[in-house]
Design a protein around this ligand. Structure first.
Ligand code: PXP
Length: 238
């Protein structure tokens, strides 16, 4: 059965817009778990634009499911991961100017460096995943470098429509099969929403889907009316 990893970066985005203490992603991780999240995903970025160090250490202590730490393959992040000991580290490419992760890691570059990072994480008993595009070559490199997991980038699938989307879906299906045949555990994510998730969720050998933006957007849609009602009631009950 495919499980759901909930990415709560956007909760921290709202907090950081005011550099204040709410909304607290730690509290929302608890609510995501109540809703059935099988794991909690956070991306600790080099520029700390949303998730902060404090968040990841508190999440590690408080969540009851699993913690998936997305991070760039840097020495700084390696040190943090080795202190934090999350259940899974997902290595992602990171650019300061990007709004969100734009594409998969290119494993062909820095193969040796990535292998050292993966081995170092494994020495601390941390499982490691590579966020990659659904491309055969990248899957082969994932195996070669020593990743146990991969996360297939579904962003392109999410952006395309019609026949082009169908072709991209076939690429994801084929990639998931190939990776499985090589013994890799296959996650997927990026850009998945309430309209496009079903076709990805029905791929047989996908272990977990990581979804953030659409879930947080939906939370606003289903929650705003109540929060306004509560404020209105405080104001008018004077
Ligand atoms: N997987 C990875 C590797 C990501 O970087 C992100 C975005 O932070 C996601 C999944 C979730 O993407 P979305 O927010 O579009 O659901």
């Amino acid at each position: 059965m495919t499980t759901l990893g909930v990415n709560i970066d956007h909760i921290a985005n709202v907090r950081e817009a005011r550099r204040t203490v709410e909304p607290d992603p730690v509290q929302f991780a608890f609510l995501a778990e109540l809703g059935g999240a099988d794991s909690i995903t956070v991306h600790l970025r080099e520029d700390r634009r949303h998730i902060q160090d404090r968040d990841v250490f508190l999440l590690k202590e408080t969540i009851k499911t699993k913690l998936n730490l997305e991070m760039a393959a840097t020495e700084e992040m390696l040190e943090i991961a080795k202190k934090l000991l999350p259940d899974l580290v997902t290595l992602v490419p990171e650019k300061r100017e990007e709004v969100t992760t734009e594409g998969g890691l290119d494993l062909k570059i820095n193969t040796r460096y990535l292998n050292n990072i993966v081995e170092s994480l494994k020495d601390s008993n941390i499982e490691v995943s590579a966020f990659i595009d659904p491309v055969h070559e990248q899957i082969n490199y994932s195996k070669e470098i020593g990743f146990k997991y991969i996360e297939l980038h579904t962003g392109k699938y999410a952006e395309l429509t019609g026949h082009d989307q169908y072709i991209e879906l076939q690429r994801i299906i084929e990639s998931a099969h190939n990776a499985n045949d090589l013994g890799l555990i296959v996650n997927a994510g990026h850009g998945l929403n309430y309209n496009n998730v079903k076709k990805i969720a029905s791929i047989n050998n996908i272990n977990e889907l990581n979804i953030g933006h659409s879930i947080v957007a939906r939370a606003l849609a289903v929650g705003l009316e109540r929060s306004v009602r509560e404020m209105k009631s405080l104001i008018t009950s004077n």
